[in-house]
Design a protein around this ligand. Structure first.
Ligand SMILES: [Zn+2]
Length: 455
């Protein structure tokens, strides 16, 4: 599959041993200790040396039980959440228990029914494991760390099985998607390379932007700026972002009106290196880019630096009105889609800021206005939402859009519905069409073409 095409730089891979946490396991065979005979079926072979892969170490506990260690983010051992690895050489009907023992977080949606995703060679569509096979608990054997254990029964000897924290969305997958958009030769669609990331020049992990410039000549061009995947492990953000783009390039009448009146600039992967490497939170150099908006450096945070420069420049352009900045993330402890916004002194601005999330709540059954909150925590001062909220004028709105890694509840007391890749994308389509509701409500577009077509 595309996810397995590319191999990370060899300095980041090793085959286990003392410093195994430095890199990913590379076709690591785990046979019983002291065993020296030929490789047998059931001696599992673990691998994470592929794009967005992450597994740092495997300990043999017994024939049926293995401790798995997440590889920490490159240059930043504090973050250990995302995992994505393959297992092969299985025996038919082999039952195993995998314990993921070194999460850096304690609170988790595993308690609410979240489970890892799995696919295999003959069943290539990702599925969530049954939650009844997943246990999350404080473990006395692991320094009272929180451990997530899951039971799994292999059933086909020739299959390669792949397990991940959530549905992967790799850099290569994005490139295929953007290339398919380019092949459509849409007259309003342009792709611009904003800059290259830090990873070796050979790989050229670029940060691309999708944009439609040819809006009707109005005295000020309305502009919406979206970014996603500043946090590389938050793969649901990519499905939401793709949903936004899919809608905007569609024949839907709402999309046509939006294209005529609003410029959308979309950076679908703000941290391509981190995504490529299988990090959860940081860039190659170990920076949480969403804490560096105040002063990004062109060499240490090149993608962020390029995006910020562009936004600052647009903000100074009198022919452009930058109205929305939305940064798409994914949340590891909350359910539903929801937003974070900024706090303002003037009540009227506070009210205006609540309009977009309220409208989105009407359009998207999985989006929760009651989970949406507005804050000015000190620790979040370096985020895009907070920094741009302070920079842009009072007619612009800056939000973080969060979507749960697990699921959503449509009303209190009901069971959570687990998100699929498709439902994440649908949230993106709903975000896109909400912009027209916003502009109609504010009488900012007089375009009265009919739009009430069921989507
Ligand atoms: Zn995030």
């Amino acid at each position: 599959t595309a996810e397995r095409d590319a191999t990370p730089p060899c300095c980041l891979a090793n085959t286990g041993g003392e410093d195994a946490l430095v890199g990913n396991v590379n076709k690591l065979t785990v046979s019983p200790p002291g065993y020296t005979g030929p490789l047998r079926k059931g001696h599992l072979i673990f691998d994470a040396c592929f794009e967005s892969g992450n597994l740092g170490r495997v300990d043999y506990i017994g024939d049926f039980e293995f401790d798995l260690f997440i590889r920490p983010d490159t240059c930043n051992p504090r973050f250990r959440v995302w995992f994505n690895f393959t297992v092969e050489n299985v025996r038919e009907t082999q039952r195993v228990i995998f314990n993921v023992v070194n999460f850096s977080k304690t609170k988790s949606l595993y308690r609410d029914g979240m489970s890892p995703v799995v696919k295999s060679t003959t069943r290539p569509k990702w599925q969530r494991l049954p939650p009844k096979n997943v246990y999350y608990y404080r473990c006395p054997d692991h320094r009272r760390n929180y451990v997530m254990s899951f039971a799994f029964c292999f059933d086909r000897e020739d299959d390669v099985y792949q397990f991940a924290y959530c549905y992967p969305y790799t850099y290569t997958r994005l490139q295929h998607y953007l290339a398919s958009l380019e092949r459509r030769n849409l007259p309003y669609l342009q792709r611009e390379q904003l800059g290259l990331s830090v990873v070796s020049p050979r790989m050229k992990n670029d940060t691309s932007m999708w944009t439609n410039e040819n809006v009707r000549s109005e005295k000020e061009k309305k502009l919406v700026f979206l970014t996603a995947r500043v946090h590389p492990g938050e793969s649901p953000a990519s499905f939401v972002c793709q949903g936004v783009i899919d809608f905007l390039v569609s024949h839907h009448p709402v999309a046509q009106i939006l294209r005529d009146h609003v410029i959308f600039k979309i950076v679908p992967m703000l941290n391509p290196d981190g995504v490529y490497l299988g990090n959860y939170r940081c860039s190659l150099m170990g920076f949480d880019l969403n804490r560096h908006w105040q002063d990004p450096s062109p060499w240490a945070h090149p993608t962020l630096h390029a995006v910020k420069q562009l936004i600052v420049q647009m903000n100074q352009d009198p022919s452009v009105s930058l109205e929305f900045y939305i940064d798409i993330h994914s949340h590891s402890t909350m359910l539903n889609g929801f937003m974070y916004g900024n706090v303002f002194e003037e009540e009227e601005r506070v009210q205006r800021q609540a309009v977009f999330p309220r409208l989105l709540c009407q359009n998207a059954p999985d989006f929760s206005f009651s989970n949406t909150s507005f804050n000015r925590d000190k620790v979040k001062a370096g985020t895009g939402r907070r920094f741009l909220g302070g920079l842009l004028d009072d007619t612009s709105y800056c939000y973080t859009l969060e979507v749960s890694f697990y699921g959503y509840m449509t009303s209190v007391g009901t069971a959570a519905v687990p998100y699929s890749e498709e439902i994440y994308m649908k949230l993106g389509r709903n975000v896109a069409r909400t912009f027209l509701d916003y502009y109609k409500l504010n009488n900012l577009t007089k375009d009265n073409r009919p739009t009430n077509i069921h989507w």
